[in-house]
Design a protein around this ligand. Structure first.
Ligand code: OAD
Length: 236
C-alpha cells in the first residue's frame, strides 16, 4: 500500500528505553507525585517552588539521556518520506528533536510538541516562549515583561494543548496514522485515532502491549519501541 500523508503520535513509551520515566507505570512519574500539585496552574500558583523544582529535576535529567533506536528510525523515515509527515509528540523531552538534528528531514516534515517542551520557558505576562536549559527559580523574573515571571513551557491539566488546529487539519487528510508508546489515557491525543479513522486512514498502534483503545486501530505491533519502531519503519 502506498501512503502519502502520514501522522505519527508518540508518547512516553518512545522515550522509556532512553531512561525517561513514563507517567502511568507502577514506577512512573505520577506514582510519586500528586498531579494537581505539579501539573496544574493551581498547583503552580499555590507552590511555585515545588513546581519549578519538579521540572528543574526533569530538565537536568534530560541532559543525561540520549535518543534511542525508535527516535532514530523515525528521523530516518522523515528524511526519506515523500509526502507530508506530521510527528506529534506528547513528550516534553527533546529526544525527537535531537534525532532529527542528526538526520535532517525532507521538506514535508513537521514536529509538534503538543504538551510543550521542557527546555523552553514561557513569560506569564507576555506569553513569549524562549529556550531555557538551566533551572528556573520559584519567582523567576521575566526578561520579556516587567511584571512577568517565567514558568515551564509545559501544558498543564486544564490548559489547551498546542497547535491543535494544525494537528486536526493533518489528521483530516492523513492516510496513515501511527500511535507509538502512549496509553491513550489523555485527551485530546487519545481521540486522534478516531479523527484518522474518519479520514479513512490506516491506523496502527505500536506499544509494549495492547492499550485500552487497541480495538480502534486496524493493526497492533507489540514489543519494545526500540525494536518495534525500526521494524515497522523498515516495512513501510
Ligand atoms: P503513559 O505513561 O500514560 O503511557 C506510556 C505508554 O507507553 C504505555 O501504554 C506503555 O505500555 C507504553 N510503553 C512503555 N514502555 C514502552 C516501550 N519500551 N516501548 C513501547 N511502549 C512502551 O504516557 P503517555 O501516554 O505519554 O501529559 O501520557 C500522556 C500524557 O499524560 C503525557 O504527555 C502527560 C501525562 O499526563 C502532560 O503532562 C500534559
Amino acid at each position: 500500500m502506498i501512503h502519502k500523508n502520514l501522522v505519527i503520535l508518540t508518547g512516553a513509551g518512545v522515550s522509556a528505553e532512553s531512561g525517561v520515566p513514563t507517567f502511568r507505570a507502577s514506577d512512573g512519574l505520577w506514582e510519586g507525585h500528586r498531579i494537581e500539585a505539579v501539573a496544574t496552574p493551581e498547583g503552580f500558583a499555590a507552590n511555585p517552588a515545588l513546581v519549578q523544582d519538579f521540572y528543574n529535576q526533569r530538565r537536568r535529567h534530560l541532559a543525561t539521556v540520549q535518543p534511542n533506536a525508535a527516535h532514530r528510525a523515525l528521523a530516518d523515515l522523515a528524511a526519506r518520506w515523500d509526502g507530508d509527515f506530521l510527528l506529534v509528540t506528547q513528550n516534553v523531552d527533546d529526544l525527537h528533536d535531537r534525532a532529527h538534528a542528526e538526520t535532517p528531514p525532507a521538506s514535508g516534515f513537521e514536529l509538534i510538541h503538543m504538551h510543550g517542551e521542557l527546555n523552553k520557558a514561557r513569560c506569564t505576562a507576555s506569553g513569549v516562549v524562549c529556550d531555557w536549559t538551566g533551572d528556573l527559580e520559584a519567582e523567576q523574573a521575566s526578561p520579556h515583561h516587567p511584571r512577568g515571571r517565567m514558568r515551564p513551557h509545559i501544558v498543564w491539566f486544564g490548559e489547551m494543548p498546542l497547535a491543535m488546529e494544525r494537528i486536526e487539519a493533518a489528521l483530516e487528510r492523513c492516510d496513515l496514522f501511527v500511535s507509538i508508546g502512549t496509553s491513550g489515557a489523555v485527551y485530546p491525543a487519545a481521540g486522534f485515532v478516531q479523527l484518522a479513522r474518519m479520514a479513512c486512514a490506516r491506523t496502527v498502534e505500536i506499544n509494549l502491549q495492547p492499550t485500552q483503545g487497541a480495538r480502534l486501530f486496524d493493526e497492533g505491533v507489540y514489543g519494545p519501541a526500540t525494536e518495534a519502531v525500526p521494524a515497522f519503519v523498515a516495512d513501510l
